[in-house]
Write a protein that binds this ligand. Structure first.
Ligand SMILES: *Cc1c(COP(=O)(O)O)cnc(C)c1O
Length: 385
């Protein structure tokens, strides 16, 4: 038997030798447009802060006001004493905005996905998930006693084939609104129809759609006029803060309050944060100018990047991956871009399928056209090196 130390050392070494070691960097200051690392300033093309709200003074002020009013911590789980008026108000605001009976808050999108899937899925059930679903969804499905099958990315036909086999229990179909590593959108209406025909439920994780698509930023489902039984929205991306919620009907909310362990055995999000999120949602709703600026930046980038010798994904979202293929090549390109003052993250397997290492470029409303020009020039220069 190996010792714990030996086992860990072997695993880290193997990662290292595969060229897949993940390393964190310390950012000294960053906002949606700029970030500072080791005293160097870079244009930030790596954040999910699509509207720049993480540094919006209205939301910062609300957080300060919330802290003065409620203190800095919830003091307990929502089932004990941690459920404040700020939490209740935010839940009501979310449900009303997105057209659901109920909303329940979670500390993160990862926790929300784990909680919902593991509370719902039993032994005889099946979870049919898009192959490229986020790790938090697939991991939850694997940890649950239900059977997990994955359908081909964004292909309703593939889902239909899986649905033809019969099953003793219930069916949960899982997808994202906008895919986090590809930037493309799920065909939600087709997926919903198939799911309904099979008497299953649809769960959509709209982490990258909420705030940026649909009227008032209501997200991918609203935009495609689809109402999944379970909608997950997260607040760490376009909302600029952190946290998440599930939108659902009365019965599901009551069930999750009884059985979602992440709600019962974990301290609630700080009430000041819930207070700040109420303000962030108002900023989102009023953020048409920001969404317009973002759309303009995306179009400008895509026009400029179309001549680049990389495969540009079919994405009209803020996520604009350039597929490089080889892991080391993707890492080298990211380094060359950094040398030119642009911070872009190289994404490698296992986060994406082998052979599809990429530069995951994200655009946001704070970028100026001149920033995008610098990025495009750097990409051309890096490619020819
Ligand atoms: C980021 C992300 C999550 C996790 O949300 P956090 O709030 O960051 O934990 C879940 N699902 C998708 C699709 C994501 O992109």
């Amino acid at each position: 038997m190996m010792s714990w130390q030996h086992r860990m050392q072997q695993a880290v070494m193997a990662r290292h030798e595969a060229g897949r070691l993940r390393q964190r960097i310390v950012t000294q200051h960053d906002d949606a447009r700029w970030m500072v690392v080791d005293g160097q300033r870079y244009r930030n093309f790596a954040a999910n802060d699509y509207l720049g709200l993480s540094h919006d003074l209205r939301i910062i002020n609300a957080w300060q006001q919330g802290a003065e009013r409620y203190g800095v911590g919830a003091g307990g789980s929502g089932h004990v004493t941690g459920y404040s008026a700020a939490h209740a108000g935010l839940e009501a605001q979310l449900a009303d905005w997105l057209g659901y009976s109920r909303a329940l808050l979670f500390i993160s999108g990862f926790a929300a996905n784990q909680a919902v899937i593991t509370a719902l899925a039993g032994r005889d059930d099946r979870i049919l998930a898009d192959k490229l679903s986020h790790a938090s969804l697939l991991e939850a499905a694997r940890l649950s006693p239900a059977a997990l099958r994955r359908f081909a990315h964004n292909q309703p036909d593939s889902l239909q084939r899986l649905l033809t086999s019969s099953i003793g229990g219930e069916t949960l179909v899982v997808t994202e609104g906008v895919f986090s590593m590809d930037g493309d959108r799920a065909p939600l209406a087709a997926l919903q129809q198939l799911t309904r025909d099979a008497k299953g439920w649809l769960m959509v994780d709209d982490a990258h759609g909420i705030g940026v698509t649909g009227a008032q930023g209501r997200g991918s489902c609203w935009q495609q006029q689809v109402k999944p039984e379970l909608l997950i929205v997260t607040f760490g991306k376009a909302v600029g803060v952190s946290g998440a919620a599930v939108l659902c009907d009365e019965m599901s909310a009551e069930y999750l309050l009884q059985f979602a362990r992440h709600l019962i055995y974990s301290t609630a999000m700080p009430p000041a944060q819930a207070w700040a999120l109420q303000s962030a949602l108002v900023c989102l709703q009023q953020g048409d100018d920001l969404r317009q600026q973002l759309a303009q930046n995306i179009a400008y980038f895509r026009r400029g990047a179309s001549a680049l010798p990389f495969r540009l994904m079919d994405s009209d979202s803020a996520i604009q991956p350039l597929i490089v293929g080889d892991d080391q090549h993707a890492m080298a390109l990211a380094r060359q871009l950094r040398a030119r003052g642009c911070w872009v993250t190289a994404i490698r397997p296992p986060t994406v399928p082998p052979g599809t290492a990429r530069l995951r470029i994200t655009l946001n409303a704070m970028h100026q056209l001149a920033d995008i020009d610098v990025l495009l020039e750097s990409l051309y220069a890096a490619k020819s090196e």
